[in-house]
Design a protein around this ligand. Structure first.
Ligand SMILES: [Fe+2]
Length: 387
């Protein structure tokens, strides 16, 4: 048993947090107004008992549920199209988005696209494009995260790769926010070590970039601070002992907090990680973890002063330098590769990556303007290992 509390939150949506709360899935699905949910997940999870158990509990409660799992690790447009076809063919009335980033985002996007008549790219997160969507055509969503990183369970966007252009696009709509979230740390306890590390570092990247972004959003800034503390304190514990449910619970909180915080903006870690992920199919969080110290150094002139406060809160000596060293030590302790070659990324596409990075929607949140030269500098350092 843990001392982790079991609690309900209404921020930013209805969250049922605590060990064992997956048993409330049928109740959550009914609360969201569904009778015939489509559970969307990835093929790896679909073969695990947790999905079979979820389906069995739904059926026992009289809910006619089915599974759709044709989802790639970085979901592509065709996965969403196939999911929408399955949703319509099965006569479903809502989606259970179940999984890590891929299952959650694919599930949310399938729910969103289930009642739209325009192509998905018309709803990219640009200006007010989201107002083009028919809100009545968005199906209700219950989200069940099985990793602690993406925070997509409390987000209003989904990321999908355009399979024609190999670019990652963010699709946004306020109604893509799940109606009910079940955060059960037990579901994350079987995660392979490398996924625990990658997803945990993604949560840290969300908080770090939100905190660093220059926009005025004090609420997000406060959330980012506590999110970072939870990752620094709990990610090493979870990697040392995968069954530490208390630490896993704190990481689930940090993941949700990171996604809430990055309303304030993300930055160059994500701007570079997105093209690398799209071109090399690398793990998103692990790619962020590799880029993290190089981007911190690039941003140093703009964030140095602000990181004094961060270092004080986290209990690190030497301000900015102390945070940088803590990031480097955390990466090393967790076995994160120091350079991109550790992710099998070479420099053959460096120019294309830099061009894609500067037009990535996250680039505008970087505290130092991300120019093509700047993106090339960061990429080259992440190849050579020179911090
Ligand atoms: Fe991320």
């Amino acid at each position: 048993m843990t001392t982790l509390p079991s609690v309900n939150w209404s921020y930013p949506t209805s969250v049922r947090f605590g060990v064992g709360r997956i048993k409330e899935l049928p109740d959550a699905v009914k609360a969201a107004g569904m009778k015939k949910p489509l559970l969307v997940t990835d093929p790896g999870l679909a073969s695990l008992p947790m999905v079979a158990d979820a389906i069995a509990s739904l059926k026992a409660a009289g809910l006619d549920a089915a599974v759709f799992s044709d989802v790639k690790p970085n979901p592509i447009d065709k996965n969403v199209e196939a999911g929408v076809a399955a949703y319509k063919a099965g006569g479903h009335d809502g989606v259970i988005a179940f999984g890590g980033g891929s299952g959650l985002d694919a599930g949310k996007l399938i729910a969103f696209m289930s009642g739209q008549s325009r192509p998905i790219w018309d709803f990219e997160d640009i200006g007010d494009w989201w107002t083009r969507a028919d809100p009545a055509g968005i199906a209700p969503i219950v989200a069940v995260p099985t990793t602690a990183g993406t925070g997509s369970e409390v987000g209003r966007a989904g990321v999908v790769t355009n399979s024609a252009t190999h670019t990652k696009k963010v699709i946004f709509h306020p109604k893509m926010l799940p109606a009910v979230v079940i955060c059960d740390p037990e579901l994350t306890s079987k995660m392979p070590r490398i996924i625990t590390v990658g997803t945990g570092m993604d949560a840290l990247a969300h908080c770090l970039e939100a905190y660093s972004s220059p926009f005025y959003h004090p609420m997000s800034e406060g959330i980012a601070l506590e999110g970072m503390r939870l990752v620094f304190e709990n990610l090493p514990k979870v990697v040392a002992d995968g069954s530490d449910l208390e630490a896993r619970g704190h990481l689930m909180s940090a993941a949700a907090m990171g996604a809430v915080a990055f309303q304030k903006g993300l930055g160059a870690i994500h701007s570079l990680s997105h093209p690398v992920g799209a071109l090399y199919d690398t793990h998103h969080g692990m790619t962020n973890a590799v880029f993290m110290p190089y981007v911190l150094q690039f941003n140093k002139p703009a964030i140095e002063q602000k990181f004094e406060r961060l270092a004080g809160f986290l209990g690190f000596k030497n301000g900015y330098q102390g945070v940088l060293e803590a990031v480097l030590k955390l990466r090393e302790d967790l076995g994160v590769p120091h350079t991109l070659s550790g992710l099998n990324v070479d420099d053959a596409k460096r120019d294309l990556i830099a061009e894609m990075a500067i037009v990535d929607p996250t680039a505008g949140g970087n505290p130092v303007e991300l120019t093509k030269d700047g993106a090339l500098t960061i990429f080259d350092k992440a190849m050579s290992g020179e911090v």
